[in-house]
Design a protein around this ligand. Structure first.
Ligand code: SAM
Length: 346
């Protein structure tokens, strides 16, 4: 059993039920995430991606006051609710973490002391062929985490050749994006692509026998790009980052585990440009009279990666990287000069 393999040597918590048998997901960078969030007594934390509940269980093993668990996948929410039945500190909210501020406000929560988001898919989602995330077993080309909106099959049927090529290149770093897009458009003129097996075979045919011998399945990047587009994963991350500066209390931690270089760049850029407030200087643009104080600073510069021991135990952690930032005391919204003057005059 996947979960049991870890419970033996987890140093995060001595509690026996830290790992659950209702999930196949092995939490990634678990110890590092818990340490980063510094879960002190009385804290309110948010696990924005409950998934199999690995982080949630580890955090609840600490003396925190409350854990808000969010997930957009009804199956993950059901797992969270089952845990909440015996854990009064756990509040479960079904929805997208891009709506974090609204979800918290509706629950009557204004400020939290830490937020963690573990991006992407859980093993439970990946290994269920009926969800259509994986090329390893044939299933419908669905890929929606919450069953809402267009499916992957819809995108493959509707997008024109250039949009498909752009999607595969931008979200999948797929080097053969154009050739694959062309093959999809040609193929759908005959019959729509509706099964994961059909898409996998098409990509393999475009890439030829050399790709079939490569370490990764030739369709890996195309599947990743489609999944990210179907679920607007970059848009969700941008909205989460924007919300984090408004809901985190001073000293609060933001921990993001990502598996895709584009997502990691987004997090890095957000923190280092302070959410776009510190734009790159140019000699044509005069420096502002007063640089706004940063709202987030790195807890530790650079990326935290899984240890060799974790990689041996869980190869799926391979591309994981953790970044952690701390909310400063700077106001969430910079007061405009005019607004400040008006307030002083009042
Ligand atoms: C990698 S898993 C999280 C695993 C979890 N950390 C654990 O230890 O079991 C990612 C989870 O995030 C959820 N998810 C992804 N994007 C989301 C979003 N925008 N809003 C809410 N949940 C999301 C997925 O449905 C999935 O259950």
């Amino acid at each position: 059993m996947l979960g049991r393999a870890v419970s033996r040597d987890s140093r995060v918590s001595p509690v026996d039920n830290l790992f659950s048998t209702d999930t196949r997901h092995l939490p990634v960078l678990l110890e590092e995430v818990v340490t980063a969030l510094a879960p002190r007594a009385g804290a309110t934390l948010v696990d924005a991606t409950f998934g199999g509940g690995g982080y949630a269980r580890a955090l609840l093993a600490r003396p925190i006051a409350r854990l808000v668990a969010i997930d957009r996948d009804p199956a993950a929410v059901a797992r969270a609710r089952a845990l909440a039945a015996s854990e009064p500190r756990l509040l479960v909210l079904e929805g997208r973490f891009g709506d974090l501020e609204r979800l918290l406000a509706e629950a009557g929560i204004a400020r939290v002391d830490g937020i963690v988001a573990d991006l992407g898919l859980s093993s439970d989602q990946l290994e269920d062929p009926s969800r259509g995330f994986s090329f390893q077993a044939d299933g419908p080309l669905d890929m929606r985490m919450d069953g809402v909106g267009p499916t992957a099959a819809d995108l493959l049927a509707r997008l024109d050749e250039r949009a498909l090529a752009d999607l595969f290149a931008r979200l999948g770093d797929e080097p053969d994006a154009r050739r694959i897009a062309r093959a999809i458009v040609k193929r759908r003129a005959r019959a729509p692509l509706v099964r994961t097996g059909e898409l996998r075979a098409l990509v393999a045919a475009v890439k030829g026998p050399r790709a079939a011998r490569a370490h990764h399945d030739p369709a890996t990047r195309v599947f990743q790009a489609l999944r990210m587009a179907v679920n607007d994963e970059q848009g969700e991350l941008e909205r989460l980052l924007a919300a984090s500066v408004r809901v985190l209390a001073p000293g609060g931690r933001l921990a993001i585990v990502s598996f895709h270089s584009g997502e990691d760049r987004l997090v890095k850029h957000w923190v280092e440009s302070d959410g776009g407030r510190r734009v790159a200087r140019s000699r044509h643009r005069p420096a502002p009279a007063r640089e706004p104080a940063p709202r987030l600073v790195w807890q530790e510069r650079g990326i935290v990666r899984p240890s060799a021991e974790e990689l041996a135990r869980n190869p799926r952690a391979r591309s994981a990287r953790l970044r952690v930032a701390i909310r400063t005391e700077a106001p969430a919204e910079e007061e405009s000069e005019g607004a400040g003057r008006l307030r002083r005059a009042a």
